[in-house]
Design a protein. Sequence first.
Length: 198
Amino acid sequence: MLANIASFITHAISGLGYLGVAGLMAVESACIPLPSEVILPFSGYLVATGRFSLWLVALAGATGSVVGSMVAYALGAWGGRPLLERYGSYVLVSTDDLDRADRWFERHGDLTILVGRVLPVVRTYIGLPGGMTRMNLWRFNAYTFVGSFVWSLGLAWIGKLLGEHWHTIGGWFHRFDVAIVALVVGAAGWYVYRHVRA
């Protein structure tokens, strides 16, 4: 399955150029786990061949991420929040929890979005809490763009360095994915324990 996804990504970028990079990154940022760890290193390889510019790849990646994040933001704002307010108690999410999240994003939303955009796995879904807490849209987009530009530039640069071996980067990122998923599961377990105990 991963081989089929990688093949789809490389064909899309080869055929559509920068538009393909932007479109695929938009899909990833709209909560559909299309791996940017394939999109950007392959684009970096095309930089090494002289077909792409490194800076334009980063720009296309960041622009696509902002577009996709708007979808995630809208889902969080108009779907996620009302849904949790109505049915959250069934999954141990109270209105107090939602209020705490609002306060967190009010104080640290900029940093949360910026850091979330450069973390594997997290970057795909970070737009949802931004929307659920109704974070200021201009700030949300600005920090999404900056974080995504850094992520896109970094991965494309590594792909350029690796050249024909660009695909080997995937193995390294899967190690990070496992660690991040373990942290998320641990945090979720603590959250459930705390709420059941309360």
